[in-house]
Ligand binder design. Sequence first.
Ligand code: SF4
Length: 178
Amino acid sequence: MSNYNTNKNNCAKYRPDKEYTQLEMFLDNLPYILMAIIGIAININIFKFSILGIVFSFVYIAYCTIGVIWIMIFVCPYCQYFNTNYCPCGYGQITAKFREKSPEHKFSEKFKKHIPVIIPLWIIPLIEGLIFLILDYNLTLMILVIAFTINSFIILPLLARIYGCGHCPQKSDCPWMI
Ligand code: SF4
């Protein structure tokens, strides 16, 4: 890949030093997809399959989708992995279809500025779930909240750090890793 800077020296520690396959990219996206699905299930449970629950679920899934597109537009063009198979989740290749490469030295600045846009995706279903566990407890909701917490706050960040970001040559500039 033409724009992949060969700074591969520092991290074969976490995974083989190779380009990601489509399957590996899908697996990397799986916890985010699961977060969206469990977030929807929490809303459906809280609002007991009512129109309100469906509306909130649509809003949440729309926010998840916009969050991905937002990162693709405003962060990925500045990434060293832009338009390469070294991007663990495949966003870098998709972004290259509609955005030009941008200066890599601005990556950290862009990351810091735009990551807060997606942080509420981790917070909203959890807060909703906790509030309704207090107001209107049911076992299914308890299981969903626990599953959401384990997936979104343990599996997703752990996978990112050891599977994708752990290998990234930009990790010393990345606020997420710091
Ligand atoms: S590694 Fe991250 S920032 Fe870089 S192109 Fe892939 S998703 Fe975007």
